[in-house]
Write a new protein. Structure first.
Length: 434
């Protein structure tokens, strides 16, 4: 075998270095971060809690409006389509997945009709999540005057950014009505979670000032993709909630909306979750479709359980679309169960809902999962809402889910086989991409 020339060794060395760099960037953890600590003891959802969190995260408190949880596609798809079909000025529509199947075509036709009627329609889809969006539907929308954009389409010269995706759900009609949550546009979200073909999920319908937080989530990614800045009363119409807190109606819903991007080292999604967990006094119910939380969130959850808080976790069961993620999440079950956390695995089909309810008053909904990808890599949006009525509705949905789930018991879980334990550990090697 002839010796390789110097330039061949140079190329091999450069390739090896590049491979190591890519592996390090994608799969190894960031610099060590110290444990979180805070002396905030305010009740989650209280005026004091909202004030502290809004100042720390540098976001306004949104006062007034309504919040309604829509459980499963048989409820949220008709509600969204009705709002779109009655739009008079603007439709801003952002989701991660958009399949042009039977459900997708209904939305394409609704966008087309409204655009031809003179409504400004903007549609922003993720270039990876919506790769199945049809060419014919794309041409249909563009010919009707819809402004259609794809976030970070997969191209050779931008592969270095391809793993950073737009996972936000931000739908806003006329600046007044908004939808956010875990669902997107595909037939698998249709129905009422009766079997494995119908995913369990929810969207939240927001009006008034609460809708402004969703509009911000859309506008931030829209300007990134197009350069068009959406501002003014058309997109953020004045609401009674714009008045000072002393003039607002007592008992009206209020909340805090967050957007998160990979470049944001503050990681506001993580911070709001941690603060909400830490301030739980009686109840902490979590629904998460991909539950692989980092150590500080797990520690907060376990501490609450040890101190007597009713901590319950709803996650997918065997009918999951991401088995490695489920395995990685299950590797933390013993730690959680030993602390007193009750864990429920949903059985009928894929459980994709994302929500947190604290003490029957404070609720967090939105696009973010409880994993590294949502906290560090994706574009996400969530909203925390202080409203006992809304919290009660979300709780009612979770109670129904618990009834259709299998509760994991510590003694039985410890009896799982060695092969399962190895699979869990191996799945955690990719934790930075979950």
């Amino acid at each position: 075998m002839n010796e390789l020339p110097w330039w061949a060794w140079t190329l091999l060395g450069t390739g090896a270095l590049a491979a190591v760099a890519v592996f390090t960037a994608l799969f190894l953890p960031d610099f060590h971060r110290p444990p979180l600590s805070c002396d905030c003891t305010d009740e989650a959802g209280s005026e004091e809690f909202l004030d502290s969190v809004s100042r720390y995260l540098n976001v306004p408190i949104l006062r007034g409006g309504t919040a309604e949880i829509l459980q499963n596609g048989c409820r949220f798809f008709p509600s969204m389509l009705h709002s779109i079909q009655h739009a008079t000025d603007s439709i801003n529509f952002q989701v991660y997945i958009f399949d042009t199947d039977r459900v997708g075509k209904q939305f394409v036709d609704a966008f087309t009709e409204r655009a031809r009627a003179g409504v400004e329609v903007r549609v922003l889809l993720d270039g990876f999540g919506s790769w199945r969006f049809g060419k014919a539907e794309r041409e249909q929308l563009e010919q009707a005057g819809v402004k259609l954009q794809f976030f970070r389409p997969i191209r050779p010269l931008t592969l270095v950014r391809a793993f950073k995706r737009d996972h936000r759900r931000a739908v806003v009609i006329d600046g007044k009505t908004a939808f956010t949550g875990g669902a997107a546009i595909a037939e698998k979200w249709d129905g009422d979670a009766r079997n494995e073909k119908e995913w369990r999920d929810s969207l939240t319908r927001l009006t008034g000032a609460l809708a402004h937080g969703v509009q911000t989530a859309f506008g931030e990614n829209w300007v990134y993709r197009t350069g068009e800045i959406l501002t003014g009363d058309r997109f953020f119409p004045p609401t009674p909630g714009d008045a000072p807190a002393t003039n607002s109606v007592p008992g009206d819903p209020c909340g805090i909306a967050l957007v998160s991007s990979p470049a944001d080292m503050a990681q506001p999604v993580r911070m709001l979750l941690w603060l909400s967990f830490t301030c739980a006094k009686k109840q902490l119910w979590i629904s998460s479709s991909y539950f692989v939380p980092e150590s500080r969130l797990r520690e907060a959850i376990c501490l609450r359980a040890r101190e007597g808080v009713d901590v319950r976790l709803l996650v997918p069961g065997p009918a999951t679309d991401a088995k490695p993620v489920r395995l990685a999440g299950r590797s933390h079950y013993e730690e959680l169960l030993e602390a007193g956390v009750r864990i429920f695995e949903y059985q009928p089909g894929m459980m994709h809902a994302k929500s947190v309810v604290v003490d029957g008053r404070w609720t967090i909904v939105g696009s973010a999962n409880m994993d590294r990808r949502s906290v560090k890599l994706n574009e996400e949006n969530i909203i925390g809402i202080s409203d006992p009525g809304f919290a009660s509705d979300v709780e009612r949905g979770l109670q129904g889910d618990f009834a259709r789930a299998e509760e994991i018991k510590l003694d039985a879980f410890r009896q799982r086989g060695a092969g399962t334990r190895v699979a869990e550990r191996l799945s955690r090697l990719l934790i930075e991409q979950y």
